[in-house]
Write a protein that binds this ligand. Structure first.
Ligand code: FE
Length: 237
């Protein structure tokens, strides 16, 4: 499969997407489409927004190399094989996710599409030198939804450490309120009408080389030193 196929297959402009289906239109109406920051990065196998060693010592270059170069790339390759010459050829990644969610006959496509999207979103949810004080706009929303920044952080840590098995912890916008949710396997809040602001990958492949069974240590280190609050604020729109 050549690179051009992949790019042509998964890239679609927002304007083109609007005309595709009523589901997509509803999705857009809720604001749950490309976030501002994500729109700058088409939904193909994009370069990482930092070097593979730049998240050390919290996440090693070895972990990032496998996670990005093997796991993430594998999902994209699988997706491209699964949708070649199907109704999904030429559709945007988001539309594929929305239209295959909860369809038992499309589980493989959904899983690979959602995992592709989730990982791109996760890379942008982290940044070297992250953590610390959130920017003013986000801080205000955290305080009104959770009472304090610390309470929000605590809820994110709790969701990430208590997700049973593989999955994701998310900070989302649900209507006017910020919420923390967790999803299993490939599931993504996009399909639940919520707008993702940040995510933490809690599949074992995200941390096992560095932390083994100590998921809590990985989660707390990410929240303290890597989480990209600015990305979350941009996603508020
Ligand atoms: Fe992952």
């Amino acid at each position: 499969m050549n690179e051009k196929y992949k790019i042509d297959n998964l890239s679609i402009t927002r304007r083109e997407f609007i005309g595709v289906s009523s589901i997509a239109a509803l999705f857009l109406a809720t604001g749950c489409f490309y976030t501002k920051a994500m729109a700058e990065y088409p939904d193909t196998f994009q370069p990482l927004p930092y070097g593979e060693n730049d998240l050390e010592p919290v996440i090693s270059g070895r972990t990032l190399s496998f996670h990005y170069g093997k796991h993430h790339k594998g999902y994209i390759n699988n997706l491209n094989k699964l949708i070649m010459n199907t109704e999904f050829t030429g559709k945007s990644l988001e539309e594929i996710i929305i239209s295959t969610a909860n369809r038992p006959d499309k589980t493989a496509i959904f899983n690979n599409a959602a995992q592709t999207w989730n990982h791109t979103f996760y890379w942008h949810s982290l940044t070297p030198g992250g953590g610390g004080e959130p920017p003013a706009g986000l801080k205000k929303r955290m305080e009104s939804s959770f009472g304090s920044v610390e309470a929000c952080r605590k809820e994110m840590a709790n969701a990430a450490t208590t997700q049973f098995g593989s999955g994701w912890a998310w900070l989302v916008l649900d209507g006017e309120k910020l919420k923390v949710v967790k999803t299993a396997n490939a599931d993504v809040p996009l399909t639940m009408g919520m707008k993702p602001l940040l995510t933490i990958d809690v599949w074992e492949h995200a941390y096992y080389l560095d932390y083994q069974n100590r998921r809590g240590d990985y989660v707390n280190a990410v929240l303290d030193r890597l989480i990209n609050w600015n990305f979350a604020e941009q996603n508020l729109g």
